[in-house]
Design a protein around this ligand. Sequence first.
Ligand SMILES: [Zn+2]
Length: 304
Amino acid sequence: MTEPQKTIHQSISVEGNGLHTGQTGTLIFHPAPVNHGIKFRRTDLASKPIIDANIDFVVSTARGTTLGKNEVSISTIEHVLAALTGLGIDNVLIDLDVEEIPIMDGSSQHFVQALLKAGIKVQDAPKNYLVITETIIHEIPSKMIKIMIEPADSFSVTVEIDYETQVLGKQTAQLNHLAEFEKEIAPCRTFVFLHELEFLLQNNLIKGGDLSNAIVFINRQVNQQELDRLAKVFNKPTVKVKENGILNNLQLHFENEPARHKLLDVIGDLTLLGKPIKGKITAFRPGHQTNTEFARIIKHTLKV
Ligand SMILES: [Zn+2]
C-alpha cells in the first residue's frame, strides 16, 4: 500500500538563538498543499524570498548546512529537516525571521515536539518516493569516509563514527524504521571537541553556544586556568570535566548519543533530495560535506 503525503494541521512557532550568529529568531511551520515539498521563507526581508529545501541550493557545509539563493541564505537547516523527515512530513512552509535556524538544545527534539503539537495531517495524495534501484557509494579514503545506499523496501540508516580519540571511541547507531526516529534519534544533541570549540570561539564563529546546546568532549588534559576561561566565555560560575571527558556534568541521553546525532544529520541532509527515500544507508564518519556530496551523486545517478 502506498503511504499518503503528510502536512500539519495548523501553524506553530518555535523561538530560539542561532548557534553561530547568536541572533534570536522565530521559526513558524505552516501547513502546505500536496506536492509542495519543504520550503523556507525569510520573512524579515522585504521580498520575502523562498528557498526550496533542495540540494541544488546548498552553498556551504562549513558549520552545518546552509542554503542560499540570490544573496539570501538560511543556515543550520539540518536538524529541522531531520525532524520533518523523521515524522514523515512531506509538505510544509517554514517562515524564518533571521538568517540562522535556532539551535535549541542542539537536537531535533524541540522541532519534533512543535510539529506533533500542531498535529500531523494525512493528505489526499500518495507519497512520491525516491526508490533506490542500484547501490551507490561515495568514498573518501584519505579521510576514512564512506557512505553508501542500497535498494530496500523501506528507509534505514546505520552510522559508525571513529575520531580516534580516547574520550569518544568507536560508536555505531542504527535506525531500522522511521517510526523509531522520535524517541531514539530526535533527542540526540550535536557535539564538539574542545579544540574545535576553541577555534570557533577565537574566530567568533559561535555566539549562541551556552553549554546547553552541544556536548563538549575534552580530548586532552585541561588545567584550572583553561576551565576558568571557558566558564567566563559561557557565563557560568564554574565548569567541570566529568570522568568521561564531557564538559560541565552533562548527562548523555544515550551512551552512543554522538553516533545517533550523526545519523540525525544524515537524515536531515538527505531530506534535500526532496522525496522520501526507499533505501538502506550505511555511513562511516559522515559529515555535512559528505552527506550533501552524496545527495548530489544520488540525484545525478538516478536522475531525480
Ligand atoms: Zn547536527
